[in-house]
Design a protein around this ligand. Sequence first.
Ligand SMILES: [Zn+2]
Length: 324
Amino acid sequence: MNRPTVFEVGSAQTLSQLLKPAVRYVLAWYAQGNHLGSMQVARVVANRFDALFAVVMAVLESLSLMRRGGSMAESFYALKRSRVGGWAWLASIMDVVGAQALADTLEHEYNQRISQRDSLFVRAYPYMDLAVKSVYSAYLLAYMFGRTNSTTPINHLFGIVISRWAEQDYKAFADEKSAPLFLPATSSGAKASRIARASHTLSAILQKSTSLASTYVIPAAIFGFRFMEWWYASEYHKLAQSQEPIPPPPESMMPSPDGIPLPSDPSLCPLCASEVKNPALLPSGYVYCYTCIYKHVEKHNECPVSKLRVVGGGASVRKLYSMG
Ligand SMILES: [Zn+2]
């Protein structure tokens, strides 16, 4: 029986989802230190990590699909896909890289805009997220009860079925591992051309690096991630390193389009538009005259500029300490 169990399929999915936080964690850890190129790494992690990770993974997974007939995580569990050519290749890349990348982009966007309560996207996102996750879980459930042979909606759409490696696959991959990296200058009597030898070496290197990645690199990266997660949460870490790196300052909250406009001069109160008297602060970070904002918050329970809800009314208004 070559139909993998739901546990094998689910484990392969979980394994590939764990790789991204693992890589991000290692890079962030590297960027915090005073290493060679830490600043560059920090900038990449902050701005381009999602896109770069998706591109690198698309390349690596393409190689794995070509060589092994399955994603790297699937190959790790000795699973393969029924079709990998043409449209099935595109669908498989979408399945193992694209869907996750899209989900991460949307989640990032949601977290960025979370204060814009009236935006349709912000209101719809939690339901969209729940719906998509439910569909994926429903597929695994249906697969478990033998109602479908596809493990994800994308695979279903393209008729891709995941199966266990057959005996000949094990044999082919074992041969691949022992294949020589360099062709001898003379092969079967005739001289192999330089180009043929170079292309053989290149494809052998690609082959070996994909097999290396799925056999050692992915499990090692995930183990490393789990270890560091435990290490940073543990007391040992606090004992070993009493100097915590200083996190970047929090982003300032943007004014809401429905809020009152900000005066051009930041020393003016947004509510009465005159010089701030007795400056007072809301959790949103905006500063007003104490009397102006106290009355407003008591009545509306929100920051008039950012529309951020203020829990606790006037008691949440904080006096800004100043020398005057
Ligand atoms: Zn005022």
